[in-house]
Design a protein around this ligand. Structure first.
Ligand code: FAD
Length: 420
């Protein structure tokens, strides 16, 4: 179907032939398997906290889970640019971003586990994630504040050859999925193994449900959230969850730094989801503005409307370029290992993409709701479902917006200049 918006050509986002083919296949899959169902999934899960097994198995069947993990681990061996393309297309098909965010968490955090986890745990988790039988996300946030990761309180005490994890993680995505999927899964959990501050934190593959068996010492609850219902949000309490040494990811004391690498990966994909949903919003707006007549004229013919549309298309294009710049850089650092590029080069570009993608999508969404007028105020209106899902990325998910600004200012002004 042709787009009602003539998006200008952009040679700066030039994809290889393989990447173009990949985009076509994901777009075709998403139009067939995701677009017709996303509103039903969002509604069902908002009413009854249903785990969307149908959605998850479709994503798995298309090879979109754990897609950047190595094939030895059961992943697809894809690149970050391919994951970015997939996220954009998924969020265009499901602009509540529920299915896109399910995919992005199960791409970004398994990737980290594959890079730094021990083979026996990483291999078995990633294989199950890629088959849609398990979930693997991130659990860092605690009730005293998600931005203050360095001071989080959960602990992991040594016991024999392993650890005992205690603490409560709040606002965690995938709680219902971990306990509802047949194999289970869990999260990259940050817990304190040493003294205060970031150097005392370690990362664990904490798996409250593994091989279909729920471990003792874990409880959870689900939150009634505003949107993006097809992926659950809740809290999980580790009341003495025992894990083996093999569940430690990387070395003791490296958890904070590994989490930052994981966030760099996931934030690119968050921003990609936001631009995918923004495209959907702009297209629905264009159809409406070209057909709705007020005072004998189409809405699109009023300059106040057309000029605003022009502004928003421009912001959308700028955000999209930020996303692809960050994805290409990520590939140079992690996949091509190109000399002259290091992990630190990702910090500002990724934070800029996450700083812009959600804000632009929210600005577009709010304007589109105004253009639709009263009809968009009905709870089931698809534009409203989209805006409420995207809102999660403005209020904090995958890192608060001021934290993104802090990272950019620190990187561009210099570390010493932003500390008093
Ligand atoms: C739908 C949803 C899903 C989520 N999923 C997960 C998940 O799977 N795993 C997980 O670990 N967490 C998850 N989170 C939590 C998310 O990571 C946090 O919301 C985020 O880290 C911010 O933490 P906070 O909400 O506690 O806000 P706070 O950290 O308390 O921040 C409050 C306000 O202070 C501002 N602020 C923070 N630092 C500064 C500063 N230095 N200067 C100026 N202002 C500042 C913030 O921008 C914000 O406006 C999710 C959140 C949502 C909404």
């Amino acid at each position: 179907m042709s787009s009602p918006v003539n998006f200008p050509k952009n040679p700066l986002i030039s994809l290889t032939q393989d990447e173009e083919l990949f985009r076509s296949s994901v777009a075709e899959f998403a139009a067939r398997e995701i677009a017709p169902s996303w509103e039903r999934w969002d509604q069902e899960s908002s009413e009854r906290h249903v785990v969307q097994r149908e959605m998850i198995s479709r994503l798995a069947g298309q090879g979109l889970l754990a897609m950047t993990c190595s094939p030895e681990h059961g992943g697809q061996g894809g690149t970050q640019t391919m994951a970015t393309i997939a996220l954009e297309e998924l969020a265009y098909a499901d602009p509540s971003v529920g299915s896109a965010v399910y995919a992005l968490l199960n791409i970004g955090w398994p990737f980290l586990l594959g890079m730094y986890g021990r083979q026996e745990v990483a291999g078995s988790v990633i294989e199950r994630v890629s088959r849609g039988e398990a979930f693997f996300g991130i659990a860092s946030t605690e009730s005293q504040g998600g931005s203050d990761i360095a001071n989080l309180k959960s602990s992991a005490a040594k016991k024999g050859d392993g650890y005992v994890i205690s603490g409560t993680k709040s606002f965690i995505s995938g709680v219902n999925e971990v306990f509802g999927l047949p194999w289970g899964g869990g999260w990259f959990v940050l817990a304190r193994t040493g003294g205060p501050g970031r150097a005392g934190l370690s990362g664990f593959a904490a798996l409250p449900k593994e091989g279909g068996r729920v471990a003792p010492g874990v409880s959870h609850s689900l939150f009634e959230v505003a949107g993006k219902h097809s992926l659950s949000t809740g809290s999980v309490t580790f009341d003495g969850l025992e894990v083996g040494r093999g569940n430690l990811v990387g070395e003791e004391g490296r958890g904070f730094y590994l989490a930052m690498e994981g966030f760099n990966c996931a934030r690119i994909l968050v921003a990609a989801a936001c631009v995918g949903a923004s495209r959907w919003l702009l297209e629905r707006a264009a159809e409406w503005l070209k057909s709705r007549e007020i005072g004998g004229r189409r809405l699109s013919s009023y300059q106040s409307v057309g000029f605003r549309f022009a502004e928003l298309v421009g912001k959308y294009e700028a955000a999209r370029m930020m996303v692809y710049r960050a994805a290409r850089l990520f590939d140079k650092v992690y996949f091509e290992r190109q000399p002259g590029y290091s992990k630190g080069d990702l910090n500002a570009p990724v934070a800029m993409a996450k700083m812009m993608g959600p804000e632009v999508s929210m600005e577009i969404g709010q304007e589109v709701m105004r253009w639709f007028g009263a009809s968009s105020f009905v709870r089931s209106h698809p534009v409203q479902r989209s805006v409420l899902g995207l809102l999660s990325y403005v209020v904090g998910a995958e890192g608060a917006q001021n934290v993104m600004k802090y990272i950019v200012s620190r990187e561009v002004l210099g570390h010493d200049s932003v500390r008093d």
